[in-house]
Write a protein that binds this ligand. Structure first.
Ligand code: SAM
Length: 289
């Protein structure tokens, strides 16, 4: 089924297709986020050095580390992992919380939160001082979210097991992250994916429903970040057009240095999958006063 996906991507990105195919059919390097609520980057680097593990940094985020020479299992066996001092997370997946830039006292909604990589990052970025509500509809994934919140010390997140599209319209938030359910076309590794037209259509329907709800609950002058781990235009730039039809006003996402890119509408970011980055898409919006 990778063939059907690759054919679509070739049509969507004729000039970048070779890079995309390489990124989706190869292996990807381990990366992680240091949890500043529990430790420091220097201490984590020292812990890795003791085990002979080499780390690289990235300029767009001091808490991100890339480990070019190890497998995830080796990292999971270390005390820094067990103690919640790190969170295994792809670099691309760290970008939406950075774009949302949570601050102390802000009322923030993470609509589709499990397993909690971005919720715990939002919490850490605000030093635990933002008022975060995190929704997850799936029971098993909700339990995983709660486990990760506890492990990462994100103690004051309000976790709800609910369909975010069914939240009360009277709720309103300063900032909303919609890290939407998607086909995962950007996260494919070694060519492994189950992709079909029917699944794509189902994802698009869920994304539109959640986007509409997000825009309803966004405060005037608030910030909505929409992201997917897909590089298919139906889930990305077409979602931007849909949001604009709702009245959402695009806001440029930050220019993250050295992130590999694919063509995307002005102000948005489409990350090209490669040996380090998963394919990802980010767009940001506000609501007129
Ligand atoms: N943001 C998460 C993270 O960084 O760890 C990943 C989220 S994943 C892309 C999408 C999640 O949305 C899945 O866990 C899925 O079960 C959940 N989901 C799908 N539809 C939902 C809905 N209507 N309301 C709440 N959660 C939903």
């Amino acid at each position: 089924m990778i063939d059907e996906l690759l054919a679509r991507l070739q049509a969507a990105y004729p000039h970048d297709f070779a890079r995309i195919r390489e990124g989706l059919t190869g292996k990807r390097t381990v990366s992680l986020r240091v949890n500043p609520l529990k430790t420091t980057v220097d201490d984590v680097r020292a812990a890795f050095a003791q085990h002979g593990i080499r780390c690289e940094t990235r300029s767009f985020y001091a808490d991100a580390l890339v480990l070019p020479d190890v497998r995830e299992d080796a990292v999971k066996a270390l005390p820094v992992y067990e103690k919640g001092e790190i969170y295994l997370q792809n670099l691309s997946s760290m970008l939406p919380p950075l774009a949302l830039a949570p601050a102390a006292g802000e009322n923030i909604l993470d609509m589709t939160a499990a397993p909690g990589g971005k919720t715990t990052q939002l919490y850490a970025l605000s030093q635990g001082k933002a008022l975060i509500t995190a929704c997850e509809r799936d029971t098993g994934r909700y339990e995983r979210l709660r486990y990760n919140l506890a492990k990462q010390g994100a103690t004051r997140v309000n976790a709800l097991k609910t369909d975010a599209a069914a939240l009360d319209d009277f709720l309103s938030f300063d900032k909303i992250l919609l890290d939407a359910p998607c086909t995962g076309s950007g996260t494919v590794e070694n060519g492994n994916i189950r992709f079909s037209q029917a699944y794509l259509e189902k994802c698009v329907r869920m994304q539109r429903r959640l986007l509409q709800k997000a825009f309803t609950m966004l405060k005037r002058n608030g910030l909505l970040v929409y992201s997917t781990c897909s590089v298919l235009p139906e889930e990305d730039e077409e979602a931007v057009r849909f949001a604009q039809q709702l009245g959402a006003v695009p806001v440029p996402v930050p220019s993250f240095a050295d992130v590999p890119r694919l063509p995307s509408p002005d102000g948005t970011l489409c990350v090209c999958p490669d040996g380090t980055y998963e394919g990802f898409f980010l767009a940001a919006f506000t609501k007129r006063p």
